[in-house]
Write a protein that binds this ligand. Structure first.
Ligand SMILES: Cc1cc2nc3c(=O)[nH]c(=O)nc-3n(C[C@H](O)[C@H](O)[C@H](O)COP(=O)(O)O)c2cc1C
Length: 708
């Protein structure tokens, strides 16, 4: 019987020799959580088992190396390069099969993009590469400047050796009970390096013409067939468009699809980009839902085998529509499954509003695992990589808890504490829950953050948390509670320079407050956003500075950012930064459809503001004490420092007070949410404060606090 709302999403599909129960596919995600030798562990099993429990039809386990000694895509990726890995892989397959999912392993050699080893990296061609958005970017030691790294062309012997290793890896997956394998030919990894006209400049039979560039994947496919037999399906993932000049375009993608089908490939997974254009690969917040699906649509018109599309798919309704329109056979979700592994079942149960939609921030997942080389986490789902949140222990004793501040950290603390049985009162000083997220509302793409605020608000309402709006409790009121969580966020730093209190000086909040009265995030209690003249100087190095610059420049203002740092936004996740800088230059991220800046944004580094005059003349001073002036219509302050702590006195008196998020140190959403979750979890074990009077935190991504 077909599903009343999503008949296409929940229809079965045949792939080669097996049937998938629905059209929901977890596209490969290297969660970088295996053991250091690449063997599967409980963390890897838990992650994938949750997705299977969540009703996903086909789960493709992320990039797994066929030769960990010459290339690991992440330092703790899965490895399929030795038989002793088979038992662990079998447990992984079993954990997914238990819940009715079908499963595959994606086999990938990263070549030039290896996170490990860092030197003597193989590729199709000799080259110097500089690809900062990728896991295998150049080595940047503290005392060295960023530089490109040398990669070398594989010899023909090495190519055949690796073909054999790919096939052996596939055989191990088959032995372990996986339903099929997928080859990773996308995103500039090794197979893509051979397939790409942009990278592959070889002049032997593995390079040059289209057929020669296809030689490497076709050899691998033939060898897997030989070892695994005709009934073991093989898929391949590759990018529909590489989004670099000279890279593969859609016409060659279709040609490749036809060839793969002729060579017996069972399914195609059409991705996007190569890491020279990281935006298209990792589509940060700027990208619209389904922006890449036109590529699978085109491929599907030319082949009969199943085709998967991916990239910023979040809404079941949208996924149902593209399936119904025949643009794809399966919808591929990666980050959405990180943020909410139960996506499919929530859609099936017709509770789409319950889905914690991924906001595409890339901070916990991409930045932390692939860039920082740790196990993968998620900014909005604390259960990723932290089993304490999978099965929340009930509170030993229900406490009366005050959470001060209704931003994401405060709401998450309230949510977890309430789920555990505490009675929580949530105080919010404005008339709206959401905190700093509410300032993302007017920004194209970044308004995805609203999804998370909406989800948290729904949880708070459903759990019956007592919310007191427009409330700023003092120490007396707070002392009535058993425990207090302070999540009051940051405040704009008011620097002590002449002219800082002139009317032309505003804050990034004055730029970003929601103007639309019809918007649910519009707080009637707050001032409307300010009006700005033609040229604005933004002083700061924080999300507020980046977002205010974007908003003003898109609206046509001339924007200059002044930062004391040697480079603007070093804290920003690199794929976002790549797109942001392109937009600052009035161009756009590859594949981004939103309006871009009308005038280029100028960034002045290593410089501070020393005086602001009433006529708009601003005196700057650089790190060599050289002064200069610019004349502007407005100055926007955009450095943030921790806000006031209403529970200071209680803290001094030794009462259990926990400071979280920007109220503690100004960082990012991931920090606020993780600390909120930790606070909610540790309220009753007496260990919530460590020796520094801070909660014990597992936070990896430290963003340096801004000095006042
Ligand atoms: C942490 C992380 C790891 C990823 N690992 C892989 C991988 O192993 N293989 C792959 O083909 N794509 C990988 N991707 C890309 C995703 O499969 C997907 O194409 C991309 O995130 C965009 O789709 P989404 O919006 O559903 O996340 C990874 C993405 C993230 C965020």
């Amino acid at each position: 019987m077909s599903h009343p709302d999503y008949p296409h999403l929940f229809a079965p599909l045949s792939i080669g020799s097996f049937e998938v129960p629905n059209r929901v596919c977890h596209v490969p995600t290297d969660i970088s959580s295996a053991n250091s030798d690449g063997s599967v562990n409980q963390r890897v099993i838990n992650y994938h088992e949750q997705i299977a429990k969540g009703g996903c039809g086909l789960i493709i386990v992320g990039a797994s190396t066929p030769d960990r000694h010459t290339g690991r895509p992440t330092v703790t990726c899965i490895s399929v390069d030795e038989d002793p890995h088979i038992p662990g892989l079998a447990e992984l397959a079993e954990a997914m099969h238990r819940h009715g999912a079908r499963c595959a392993v994606q086999i990938q050699h990263p070549g030039r993009q290896a996170a490990w080893p860092r030197k003597d990296l193989m590729s199709a061609t000799d080259q110097m590469v500089h690809i900062p958005g990728s896991a295998g970017h150049e080595i940047v030691y503290a005392e060295q400047l960023a530089q490109g790294k040398a990669i070398r062309a594989m010899s023909v012997e090495e190519i055949y050796d690796l073909v054999e290793k790919f096939a052996e890896g596939a055989w191990r997956c088959q032995q372990a009970g996986f339903d099929c394998v997928e080859l990773h030919g996308a995103h500039g990894y090794l197979i893509a390096q051979f397939m790409s006209p942009f990278v592959n400049k070889r002049n032997d039979r593995f390079g040059g013409s289209f057929m020669n560039r296809m030689h490497f994947p076709l050899e691998i496919i033939a060898r897997i067939r030989h070892k695994c037999g005709p009934d073991f399906p093989i898929g391949i993932r590759y990018s529909g468009v590489e989004w670099v000049p000279g890279g593969r375009e859609l016409d060659e993608t279709v040609e490749a699809a036809i060839l793969f089908e002729q060579q017996g490939v069972d399914f195609l997974d059409i991705s996007a980009g190569i890491f020279e254009a990281p935006g298209a690969v990792m589509d940060p917040m700027y990208y619209q839902q389904g922006w890449n699906t036109y590529t699978s649509d085109e491929v599907k018109k030319n082949v009969a085998i199943p085709v998967i599309t991916s990239h910023t798919l979040r809404d079941p309704e949208y996924c149902e529509r593209i399936l119904a329109e025949g643009k794809t056979d399966m919808v591929g979700l990666s980050r959405q499954m990180i943020a909410d592994p139960y996506w499919a079942n929530k859609a099936f149960e017709r509770r789409p509003q319950e889905i914690r939609k991924c906001i595409s921030c890339l901070v916990g997942c991409w930045q932390e695992s692939l860039m920082i080389k740790r196990h993968m986490r998620c900014a909005i789902n604390p259960a990723v990589g932290d089993e304490r949140f999978l099965h929340l222990p009930p509170a030993a004793e229900a406490k009366n808890v005050a959470v001060v501040g209704g931003g994401p950290g405060g709401m998450e603390a309230a949510r977890i504490a309430t789920l555990r049985g505490h009675h929580v009162t949530l105080f919010e000083k404005t008339g709206e829950l959401g905190g700093a997220i509410l300032l993302c509302c007017p920004l194209s793409g970044k308004n995805k953050m609203r999804w998370y605020a909406d989800w948290l608000r729904l949880q708070i309402a459903k759990l019956g948390v007592e919310v007191r709006m427009n409330a700023t409790p003092g120490a007396d009121e707070l002392s009535q509670f058993d425990a207090v969580v302070v999540a009051t966020g940051g405040r704009v730093a008011r620097p002590d320079v002449p002219g800082a209190d002139l009317p032309l000086v505003k804050t990034f909040e004055d730029v970003l407050r929601c103007r639309m009265e019809s918007c649910e995030f519009h707080d009637p209690g707050k001032r409307p956003p300010a009006d700005f003249g033609e040229s604005v100087l933004i002083w700061g190095d924080h999300f507020g500075a980046a977002d205010a610059a974007e908003k003003l420049a898109v609206d046509g203002h001339k924007v200059t950012i002044v930062t004391e740092c040697a480079d603007f936004a070093t804290w920003m996740e690199p794929c976002h930064k790549d797109v942001m800088l392109k937009r600052f230059a009035c161009s756009n991220g590859e594949g981004v459809q939103g309006r871009t800046c009308q005038q280029p944004v100028t960034v002045i580094t290593n410089t501070t503001v020393v005086e602001i005059a009433a006529d708009g003349q601003v005196t700057l001073m650089d790190n060599h004490f050289q002064k200069s002036t610019v004349t502007v219509t407005d100055v926007v302050l955009a450095n943030v420092v921790p806000g006031a702590n209403p529970a200071q006195e209680l803290l001094a008196a030794g009462k259990p007070v926990t400071l979280i998020g920007d109220a503690r140190t100004v960082r990012n959403l991931r920090a606020a949410v993780t600390e909120g979750a930790n606070a909610g979890l540790t309220l009753d074990d007496g260990l919530q404060l460590n020796a520094n009077r801070a909660i014990i935190s597992n936070l990896p991504t430290e963003v340096a606090p801004n000095a006042e």
